[in-house]
Design a protein around this ligand. Structure first.
Ligand code: HEM
Length: 414
């Protein structure tokens, strides 16, 4: 492995964030394990390597189940929310599923998984379909819908808030807290952004602790009540565990789905021939959704710690305590896996993509996200002969959470 002569993957550069795929291709062809100057990360961009890394137990989302930071000998240039100033964020991450490793992760995940089995999610379909119709009805009268702020955010937020047991009047608060908290996951958040994310994480926790107290006194049919009732190996979850679990579900439960919806609809609108295949019923809505998730995934990369000594990937040694980035957007466009990978083609039969990750942290919400996206696409297909994006579309400047800030499409009455 040689280090590239200059930075190729630069999340802070708006031009890179606007379309990272050409840069991923450079990294992918240069080396299986790509390094660039001034950057602590080793990047994996090939499908087979990302697929294997998600399942590699020598790599961990966290190291705290095995080592302290001192034992890991963390290099000083590794940016981390473990900064002593961000205690509220750390309190959230302490029990956050994505940041846990077995055996604690296994137990907590099993509990959550029960609510998200394909069968449990299928039971939600009629309610979700009716919600989509209701939300879109005024826009059908108006002749267009701004898909992000006026539709998808309300849609996904309502669904996940109802599942968790958050009052409808608090949905807007959840959205604001979530938007501010997730900034911590951008590759290089500024001090100001981190301080705001830390504050939001604290407010979010305190808000959910109130919900916990309320649900304890007034049990409901929701997931918060179920988590409070659940026992793992004879023990109840602590309030902190319940709060972190609810918090990650509330955030993951809408941020990625909203972005995936806008990325997918934008891709379909930019490829009218593909829209016509769908209109004629030559390709299923399900297949089209999978291609949109492959082509432009809403989450671009996830990082892992190298936990063991002597780890090599594709013959390249990776030091214990270093960080690896699993680049989903790069894997999804790997020509070793997909023929003509930059072509958006809903007839693809090369099943499988990396948008939902893999291994023990594979996305719990995948069945729900898929159903939400299918529902929205079915609604649009019902009336739109051509899928037309109106002027003013704007991508979000965020990198890790890739989507649109604004995307308005024409929408007709039934
Ligand atoms: C299109 C929408 C979505 C995409 C692309 C997506 C993607 C992902 C990815 C890539 C991971 C793995 C991250 C890693 O390995 O570090 C993940 C994990 C997770 N996702 Fe999603 N997600 C989506 C929607 C949702 C929804 C709707 C929910 C909840 C209802 C959800 C809940 C979670 C949770 C709880 C985890 C952590 C699982 C664990 O650590 O065991 N996601 N998601």
């Amino acid at each position: 492995m040689t280090t590239a002569p200059e930075q190729v993957l630069v999340p802070a550069d708006p031009a890179f964030a606007a379309n990272p795929y050409p840069a991923y291709a450079i990294a992918r062809e240069q080396a299986a394990v790509f390094r660039q100057p001034g950057d602590h990360l080793a990047y994996l961009t090939r499908f087979a390597d990302v697929h294997a890394a998600f399942r590699d137990r020598r790599l961990g989302s966290s190291f705290l189940h095995r080592f302290t930071a001192e034992e890991m000998g963390l290099a000083p240039n590794i940016p981390t929310w473990r900064d002593p100033r961000w205690t509220d964020f750390q309190a959230f991450e302490r029990w956050e599923l994505l940041n846990l490793e077995p055996p604690v992760h296994t137990r907590l995940r099993r509990l959550v998984l029960e609510a998200f089995t394909p069968r449990a999610v299928e039971a939600l379909r009629p309610g979700i379909a009716s919600l989509a119709r209701t939300l879109l009805e005024p826009s059908r009268e108006a002749g267009s819908v701004e898909l992000v702020g006026s539709y998808a955010q309300h849609f996904s937020l309502a669904i996940i808030c109802d599942l968790i047991g958050v009052a409808p009047s608090d949905r807007e608060t959840i959205k604001e807290l979530s938007d501010a908290t997730i900034t911590m996951y951008e590759p290089h958040p500024t001090d100001e952004q981190q301080a705001a994310a830390n504050k939001a994480a604290g407010d979010f926790r305190r808000y959910l602790l109130d919900v916990v107290a309320h649900r304890r006194a007034h049990p409901g049919e929701d997931m918060m009540t179920a988590l409070l009732d659940a026992t793992v190996d004879g023990e109840r979850l602590s309030d902190d565990q319940v709060v972190s679990t609810a918090m990650v579900l509330l955030m993951a439960g809408h941020e990625a789905t909203v972005n995936a919806t806008s990325n997918g609809i934008a891709a379909l609108a930019a490829h009218p021939d593909q829209w016509q295949l769908l209109r004629r019923g030559e390709v299923t809505v399900k297949a089209a959704i999978e291609e949109t998730l492959r082509y432009d995934p809403p989450l671009q990369w996830f990082e892992r710690w190298v936990l063991d000594e002597g780890v090599e990937i594709e013959g390249v040694p990776l030091a214990q305590g270093s960080r690896v980035a699993l680049v989903l957007g790069g894997a999804n466009r790997d020509p070793r896996k997909y023929a003509d990978p930059d072509r958006f083609d809903i007839r693809r039969e090369d099943a499988g993509h990396m948008a939902f990750g893999g291994g023990i942290h594979f996305c719990i919400g995948a069945p729900l996200a898929r159903m939400e996206m299918e529902t929205t696409l079915t609604e649009l297909l019902d009336t739109e002969e051509d899928l037309v994006v109106l002027p003013g579309a704007e991508r979000s400047p965020m990198f890790q959470f890739r989507g649109y800030r604004r995307l308005e499409v024409a929408l007709h009455r039934r």
